[in-house]
Design a protein around this ligand. Structure first.
Ligand code: URQ
Ligand code: ZN
Ligand code: ZN
Length: 464
């Protein structure tokens, strides 16, 4: 398929400039003013609009079995929803059960992802340790395009990695040229605080944030950063939600340590008042970890993005319907943790970031696409509008508006944490691998069209 995108302003992480973009097959083949194009080419009129790299969401959970249930979106519906919102690549997670072979889990997730409509790639979680985990990490880096390994420091008695696992796995990442990432919350503190609250009969969702105060997150962030410092590895902290964790990252970076931070669209916009609702379903729908925080923390996160101490925006898209969340009706610690957002991330970040002057359009591209591509080593294939890059492109109308609602979303699930929010700035056309997958409100996602994207190691891969 040949497509010419005419009359727009191309916005990359480094600059914005007037240019046409010609796509042939799954690649961009020309970028420049007044391009010639074959008569057969599909023409997209981008006048008055921005032409940006397709979004990369570095943190999603499609089809995740978790807390006794499975997320509402599978890899087709979840990636299709992402395409509707301008996100053309997701980085999801293979999460082995403790004692489960990493390779077995990896192939399981690869099977689930066959139906994806958009491109995808995987972080692999290290939820336990023995020599087979050490070996399989090498196999995954050398032969399966994995260059990042996730560590949940929370979720005691489930997938929590203790310090021994963290140290051994971080060391193995360094050997392999892979980057360790962490969910930074002290799982023991969370568990004990949960027990305290339940013993006091405080079993409602309003107890969720009480069991995970910022200090519980900051302790783990500082610990992960210290382990990485001692072992000389980089570290990427997912869903940084509070000022104290951001301060730990800022301190480490000022000392020359290679630490990256991720902010969720939800944590940037939604505050902890949601947990005070008398409506269980409403409050439970917002139960995710780390929890939504006060407006003071939101302001800090925006400063982190603006100041370059937070690098990516993600969603942690992990949706459960009301019936699933009701598992925690009598005990908040049993409410499946997770919220959605993959469809709304880019519009929400544009509206709250660019329209307010916090971010320039190029900075928007950095935090929604280019930085994730660079940190996870798929740049410039992804995260750039340039000759030779994948034809993952979003044509963005800064004047158009949309009101977000669960009633009209493409994602599965019966709730949207951004419900009722009217955003200004939305995608009018999205190309994924050169195919028009979204155009003037029509979603043309195709099951199975998505590709697995290999992510090379950060150093030449040696044997053993
Ligand atoms: O912790 C995560 O990232 C997964 C299990 C999604 N749930 C959540 O509450 N963030
Ligand atoms: Zn997490
Ligand atoms: Zn997650």
């Amino acid at each position: 398929m040949t497509t010419i995108i005419r009359g727009g302003t191309v916005v990359n992480a480094d600059r914005a400039f007037k240019a046409d973009v010609l796509c042939y097959g799954d690649k961009i083949v020309a970028v420049g003013e007044n391009l010639d194009a074959p008569a057969s080419a599909t023409v997209i009129d981008a006048s008055g609009q921005y032409v940006m790299p397709g979004g990369i969401d570095p943190h999603t959970h499609m089809n995740l079995p978790f807390m006794g249930t499975v997320t509402a979106d599978d890899f087709f519906t979840g990636t299709a929803a992402g395409l509707a919102g301008g996100t053309t690549t997701i980085i999801d997670f293979v999460i082995p059960n403790p004692q489960q072979s990493l390779m077995e889990a990896y192939h399981q997730w690869r099977g689930w992802a066959q139906k994806a409509a958009g491109d995808y790639t995987f972080h692999v979680a290290i939820t336990w340790w023995d020599e087979s985990v050490h070996r399989d990490m090498g196999t995954l880096v050398r032969g399966h395009g994995v260059n990042s390994f996730k560590h949940f420091m929370a979720y005691k008695n489930a997938i929590m990695a203790d310090d021994e696992t963290l140290v051994k796995s971080f060391r193995r990442c360094l050997e392999l040229g892979a980057i360790p990432t962490v969910h930074a919350e002290n799982g023991e503190l969370v568990y004990q605080l949960q027990q305290d609250l339940i013993r006091q009969g405080l079993t409602g969702p309003s107890s969720h944030p009480l069991s995970r105060p910022p200090a519980v997150e900051a302790e783990a962030a500082n610990r992960a950063i210290a382990i990485a410092d001692v072992l000389h590895t980089p570290v990427y902290i997912v869903h940084v939600s509070c000022q104290e964790s951001l301060e730990a990252i800022t301190r480490a970076r000022a000392n020359g340590q290679r630490v990256y931070g991720e902010a969720l669209a939800g944590h940037l916009i939604i505050d902890d008042s949601v947990y005070q609702s008398e409506d269980f379903a409403f409050a439970a729908a917002h139960v995710m970890s780390p929890p939504f925080r006060s407006k003071q923390h939101q302001a800090a996160l925006w400063h982190g993005l603006q100041g370059g101490n937070l690098h990516t925006t993600a969603t942690d898209h992990c949706t459960f319907c009301a019936g699933q969340k009701a598992a925690g009706k009598d005990d908040f610690s049993k409410i499946p943790n997770g919220c959605g957002g993959v469809e709304d991330r880019m519009a929400v970040i544009w509206d709250a970031g660019v329209n307010t002057g916090r971010l320039t359009p190029s900075e928007f591209v950095k935090v929604t696409s280019a930085n994730a591509a660079q940190i996870f080593n798929i740049y410039p294939r992804k995260g750039l509008v340039a000759v030779g890059s994948d034809a993952d492109i979003v044509v963005w109308d800064p004047q158009a508006t949309r009101t977000i609602s669960a009633k009209t979303q493409h994602a599965k699930g019966d709730f949207n944490v951004f419900e009722g929010r009217t955003v200004k700035g939305v995608p009018t056309t999205t190309l994924a691998a050169g195919n028009i997958v979204w155009h003037q409100g029509e979603l043309r996602a195709k099951e199975g069209a998505g590709r697995h994207i290999d992510r090379p190691a950060f150093k030449p891969v040696t044997a053993a």
